[in-house]
Write a protein that binds this ligand. Sequence first.
Ligand SMILES: [Zn+2]
Length: 496
Amino acid sequence: MRFLRIFAAAALLLASLTDLSAGITFRRAPYYSQDTVSNSKFYVVCITDPGNLATINGQQVKVYKTGAFGRQLQLQEGDNPIDVTLFKGTEVETKQFNIYYRPKTGGSVAPAPQPQLEDRLFYVTTKEYAYLQYGSGGDRLGGSKMGFLDPGIVLKVVGAIDDLYKVQLSTNRFAYIHQEDVEFSPKSSHIVNTNNIGISNLEDRDRIRLSLPEKLPYAARTSLDPTTINVEVFGAMNNSNWITQYNELGIIDYLDVQQVESDVIRLVIKLKEKYCWGFTVGYEGNNLIVEVKHTPKNLSLGSLTIGLDAGHGGEAPGAVSTTGLRESDVNLSIVREIEKILKKKGARVVLSRTDDRSMTMTERKKIFRDGEIDLMVSIHNNAGGSPLVPMGASTYYKHITNRDLAATLLKHMLELDVQNYGLTGNFNFSLNMPTEYPNALVECLFMSSLPDEELLADPANHKRIAEKVVAGLEDYLSQVSASRPTPAKSNAKKKK
Ligand SMILES: [Zn+2]
């Protein structure tokens, strides 16, 4: 929401008054959408030519290299005359305006009516790219996602709210799914007995095959200490009396099957290594297949394929800065710098977009899937908060197994001596959802902050940011490498 508001404000800003008279000018006059406000905190933000001096209500303020300047004012109840003055040598240019501050009165505003869940009872099947949500809530990135489901899975609908169906996964477990992601099913779902399980090593991955009489919904979740993938299968009774391992496995230590509720089983897949290089869950016929990728033997950038995503593009410029810098352009410029450095190091690079075009999240994920990437970083720049202070860098992950990647990227971003806006987990960003490869989102700086914008307006800083992202990747890869069991070394120790 905040993001949309900033974007709308930025669009209006660009269309606002411009003084084109010669000499000293406001490249953009003070902007205000309303002359009566109910918040006592008021930001005055303007643009002039870099190098001019500026005062707001008599106090000199910093003019950034972009020409942007601003000040936060504390409004008094009633009229607040505001004076913005530019100085260049002996030339002076002034804009004056008035903001009326009327504090909100105590009268409470009636809350918006909450949509009510309506009872339903019928069956649907999943379409491609359908995903389950834990609840009916959401933010600008949608509701909290449980995970994607393969197409053709029958779900029992027990309610509807907004554009979601509430589905019953088992006696006690429910989830929500977008109505557009399913179609009506003549078939119903059942509680079934599971059949046998086979596990095998396919050179670059280990594969688990659970035979089922029909496709059941599932949800996967990783956990740490020890690193484990838990796949819950709903509507299943454990009758897998043979769990057969056909050869020495590459990454899976062992598999256990637990009946966690009377109609929910959990495949507990314990890994041999601390880092999970990626896994998939899906169906081949009625067999549930879980494949867990082996960590590549060589973890140098030169032998890996890195996916890079430049956020937004085309119709969606993302956040627009005070002086009109578009986030989509900044993101792409930084991604191009990262690409250059990675290629010099011999890495294969797959970009989601190489020019200014609109792309859906599904299209981006498909490019990365088809490009068989080993790891993905999405580059964005943030918006929100005060325009007058540096806001800084932040990184984001969804699955706990990607926390170290996001943390390491942030650590290196902070070497740029920018503010720390934090490490955020369980983040609902669509490109953080894939489990097939490690991934993280980097929000480099804030488009909406004048000091951050000054840094982003200089392409030399895109290169500096790119260097830090690559340093973060290399650091992460060496952590993965160092954490791997090395039988040769332990033998050598024994000999001593
Ligand atoms: Zn963005």
